[in-house]
Unconditional design. Structure first.
Length: 400
């Protein structure tokens, strides 16, 4: 075993599995090394390779030993760590499909943050790394509350683990802090919104400039008569901020009420009082466009806004009541999340379509965005010409 291997070998109930397990303390996961690819039974992900997340030299890890079925069926159990109860993850694909993904160079590990969001989770809330067969590779109990957005990103040219954590109120509004941990699982930075805004847990997106794009919100007094509410009402304003991670300084701020009227919302007026402000916008992602501007997703207006990073002006709207685009068959979305532009002219969108449901199922979309003809079409994948992209099993995902 490598000299820098400092994590424990853990005995699973019913059989042996070499699995990294740790609990995050106030200073992070102390005493546990970054997962490395070693012998067959010790294969671990190494997110130091952005393309493969494999070993330190870019090698693909050997196949881990097959874990035994836990006695509980849905919750993993360990003789040597009886205090930990992560959920069992089942991947709905064959071994041949997993092998094909590996040959295609797809990242072999999946990052998951199971938690109780609108209902009680199966198993313990935490931070999990699993392989493409669903086998547990690493588990950590997060600080800060309910975890979201656990992933690998780059900060100052080095790979880091990032997540957000806090709590969700009865109205589905999130509050908390975002965290950055180094390759030894130590928390090295925490990030919160500035200028009096409350940090929202939906987004924590690091940029090559050492900044973080985050979502936030403020409660403000507002005239709600345009949506059937009181003249002296209360609204939840959504905020996008770019924050310098090292100093916490807010470098850019965009406020929804300065640019988007209440009447663009698809959310029926609920509350509108000081104790229950109207959540008309509900920001849930902010990401870089290919030209350096920002893409801001509003769940409750069903719209993606391209926003100038220089002055906050809206360059175009995709979706919603005031869309600037003609939308091709199957390319529409509602209550969407996680908008990204991985390459010029391509958007990825999670079409939540839920609460209230607009479609039978949630789905992932690849959208071709033509800003010359101002038309958006769905990109077909896996040769499924004329068919919908794969949809999530079990109906639409609850609102978030």
């Amino acid at each position: 075993m490598a000299d820098n291997w400092t994590r424990r070998q853990v005995l699973r109930r019913g059989g042996f599995a070499a699995t990294g397990l740790a609990g995050l303390g106030l200073a992070g996961v102390a005493g546990y090394a970054w997962p490395h690819s070693t012998a067959q039974a010790d294969a671990r992900p190494d997110p130091s390779s952005p393309s493969s997340r494999s070993g330190t030299s870019g090698r693909t890890p050997s196949t881990p030993s097959t874990p035994s079925t836990p006695t509980s069926g849905a919750i993993d159990e360990f003789v040597t760590r009886s205090d930990l109860h992560p959920p069992v993850i089942k991947i709905a694909q064959t071994a041949a499909q997993t092998a094909a993904q590996t040959r295609a160079g797809q990242p072999p590990y999946i990052f998951i943050a199971p938690r109780g969001y609108v209902s009680k989770s199966i198993g313990e809330s935490g931070l999990m790394i699993v392989d493409r067969a669903g086998n547990l590779v690493w588990f950590g109990s997060p600080i800060g509350g309910t975890p979201l957005n656990f992933t690998v990103q780059q900060y100052r040219g080095r790979p880091v683990l990032t997540w957000s954590a806090g709590y969700v109120n009865a109205a589905g509004v999130t509050y908390g802090t975002s965290y950055i941990a180094d390759s030894s699982y130590r928390v090295i930075c925490t990030v919160k919104a500035g200028n009096g805004a409350e940090t929202d847990l939906h987004e924590f997106n690091l940029t090559p400039q050492g900044t973080a794009l985050i979502t936030a919100h403020r409660q403000l007094s507002a005239n709600l008569t345009s949506v059937g509410g009181p003249a002296r009402g209360s609204v939840m304003e959504s905020v996008a901020q770019e924050v310098d991670v090292a100093t916490g300084k807010v470098l850019f701020e965009w406020n929804s009420l300065d640019h988007v009227p209440l009447t663009e919302s698809h959310q029926a007026l609920v509350g509108g009082t000081a104790s229950s402000p109207y959540d008309y916008f509900h920001i849930n992602s902010v990401a870089l466009a290919s030209d350096g501007d920002l893409l801001i997703s509003s769940r409750n207006t069903w719209t993606v806004y391209k926003v100038a990073r220089s002055n906050g002006a809206i360059q175009w709207r995709l979706g919603g009541k005031k869309s600037d685009f003609a939308v091709g068959p199957g390319a529409g979305f509602s209550w969407q999340h996680d908008v990204r532009m991985p390459e010029p002219g391509l958007l990825t969108v999670f079409d939540n379509a839920s609460s209230p449901p607009q479609e039978p199922h949630s789905r992932a979309l690849l959208l071709n965005v033509d800003t010359t003809s101002m038309r958006v079409t769905r990109r077909h994948v896996d040769g499924a010409r004329g068919q919908e992209p794969s949809r999530a099993h079990g109906g639409s995902v609850p609102a978030a």
